[in-house]
Design a protein around this ligand. Sequence first.
Ligand SMILES: [Zn+2]
Length: 289
Amino acid sequence: MRFIDIVKNASLFDSHCHLNDSTFDNDRDDVVKRAQSSGVEVIIDIGINIESSKKAIQNTEKYELVYASVGIDPENLIPGSDLFDEKISNLSDADFDKQLDDWNSDLEELAEDEKVLMVGETGLDNFWFTKALVAGELNEVQAQKSLERQERLFKMHCELSKQTKKPLTIHSRNAINLCLEILQEEKIPEQTAVFHSLTPDIDDDEENFRKKVEEILSRGYFIGVNGIITFKNAKIIRNVYKKFFELGDLEKMYEAGFIFETDAPFLAPEPKRGERNEPGNLGHLLKNL
Ligand SMILES: [Zn+2]
């Protein structure tokens, strides 16, 4: 099965879920069972580094409805983010090159698995260090270095996606245009990129965000919608997505480029905001569009 088959079948599927996260270690069987009995047909378990990508593949062996995505989250390179790995950040340029090669060969091997449907989580995050810069916790040189390394890592995932014909699941925070530029440069074809958990860039008003959304859709890429749309401060997103949600059924929304995700264990929809999220909440999200 390919990612695009799931979309074309109009299946109810969780397109971005971190089922391999350790918060599910004690009750993963029950979590999957609850998702299945709520009608979820497919869960894509997203890797954020080599170890969690391997864990995601193990989950595909254990659960029929689970598929995997393998990748290195850009947050590993971002001072101030939860996943920041100081060891990697301190690598010299030469050692970072070697680290990229190692990641690449590991991911190439993992991506061969037939239950691996996507490449990522990858992308660019210009949010954390924009905040850190303002707070004076980071200087321009460090920020520039992080962004350059993130770009190289993202391009590596783009190459892997083209090689394997498996779509990218993209984390873009405050970096939509930059991501689009790289996708263009890398000639990523339509239907092979998902902007997961898309939110407006820091300075976007409704009009700017609408233009960016239209650009993503006109390139034939998908947008992954999650519990953020139920949050009180998500007015811009809701206004821009409204006409697409009014299409009504999954088939039409998928055709328009909108797919759904939980991003569990994160981003539980209201009124469960702050609790551990799980793929079985997908139906609740769809009812609250
Ligand atoms: Zn994620």
